[in-house]
Design a protein around this ligand. Structure first.
Ligand code: ZN
Ligand code: ZN
Length: 154
């Protein structure tokens, strides 16, 4: 377990503990909704709002990472060691990338237009193994149509 020195609200710590435990167990970078489905198995009365609120608090306390998705739902990562991510352009799943050359530190970057650089975020885009495996015939993966595109309704 991590040692917690950060002040977090002391209310409902059991819920927060369960959320943190489940998140740390996963490497799939779930969204709040994904995590809600998982946590609900242990805490049937928990609400989605509670999951959101606890994830926000944990992210603010630096105990988990929030991965902002361009346009999509934020995903959460229980692994706060520095690492990068790859996002599947078909299904949106996010994986960890470990073998990346060290990026320049904040102090090495010449800031443009008076910005102070505080961090650098790298996100690779790719196609995950499942989406690469195009079903040969009638495989029936419902989220990806025959052209390999994500079907979007609305
Ligand atoms: Zn995919
Ligand atoms: Zn990660």
């Amino acid at each position: 377990m991590r040692s917690l020195k950060i002040t977090l609200p002391q209310r409902n710590t059991r819920q927060r503990d369960v959320i943190l435990q489940e998140l740390c167990r996963l490497t799939s970078h779930p969204t709040a909704t994904d995590l809600y489905d998982i946590v609900r198995r242990r805490l049937p009365r928990i609400s989605l709002g509670t999951v959101y609120r606890n994830l926000d608090q944990l992210a603010e306390a630096g105990m988990i990472r929030r991965l902002e998705a361009g346009g999509g739902q934020a995903r959460f990562d229980g692994n706060i060691e520095p690492h990068h991510h790859v996002r599947c352009i078909h299904c949106g799943r996010v994986g960890d990338v470990h073998d990346v050359p060290t990026l320049p530190g904040a102090g090495d970057v010449a800031a443009a237009d008076g910005y102070e650089i505080i961090s650098c975020r790298v996100e690779f885009l790719g196609v995950c193994p499942e989406c690469r495996e195009e079903p040969a015939s009638g495989g029936g993966r419902d989220r990806v149509d025959r052209g390999g595109r994500m079907s979007r309704d609305g």
